[in-house]
Design a binder for this molecule. Sequence first.
Ligand SMILES: Nc1ncnc2c1ncn2[C@@H]1O[C@H](COP(=O)(O)OP(=O)(O)O)[C@@H](O)[C@H]1O
Ligand SMILES: [Mg+2]
Length: 256
Amino acid sequence: MLCCKGVSKTFPSPQGDVEALRQVDLCAEAGEFVCLIGPSGCGKTTLLRLIAGLIPPTTGQILCPTENGNSPIRTSLVFQEGGLFPWMTVLDNVAFGLEMLGVPRPLRKKQAMDFLAQVGLEAFLHHFPYQLSAGMRQRAALARSFVTGAPVLLMDEPFASLDTQMHWILEEELLRIWREHRKTVVYVTHDVDEALRLGDRLLVLTARPGRICYEYTVPQEYRRSAVGKNETWKQEVRQEIWQLIRREVERSLARS
Ligand SMILES: Nc1ncnc2c1ncn2[C@@H]1O[C@H](COP(=O)(O)OP(=O)(O)O)[C@@H](O)[C@H]1O
Ligand SMILES: [Mg+2]
């Protein structure tokens, strides 16, 4: 389980402090797929960086409660552009996280190859990122995020720069691997439909400072159903969330 309690983040700056997040409470059950939606600049990426432990919160706590108290959270992060190291081959990129964990070389090579095969990249092990298409790079990024076995996967608009068909294919690939490995996912998107296709639960953030202003749990029977299959249930909630986001975008535009 992952728990953010009263998390706020303010960035100091010479032009005045930037309050990015205010009092965010977010808990995700083990294996839950949570989607975060909100207008641009509302603090979505900041929240993922906080959960990943890359930056400290200004107030509040980020915890991973277990039977033996709180343990450190092991996360892996996938960015919009994949974040592969350009100077490493695909295989080395995927094995890198295992190297950091101290896994011996032959074993990390084998595990990295397993995961690359799961995303259909077995023929591209020795290619460099620039030799791959954008979709292939994101597949490699998926393999890299799953291979370390971190129980929490943080995804920051991972497929936003892909064309629509590739986007859908990668969503399906993600769901397929996720079903097999059942990680807790916090998935950032600005697309309500994408969130409704993927998530167990949707959280909507206000314009900066981001606060959670709306929560929607997708009814069990509709979760991750095939595209085009009975979608009438979405109409009302889609409308409601779009209106909320629109209001927040207008509010932030009026301020700037
Ligand atoms: N390191 C930083 N220093 C100063 N301000 C920052 C920093 N990182 C993010 N911000 C500001 O915090 C706000 C939220 O940013 P971000 O989390 O990237 O939003 P989102 O991902 O929702 O678009 C923005 O106003 C951004 O300019
Ligand atoms: Mg962002």
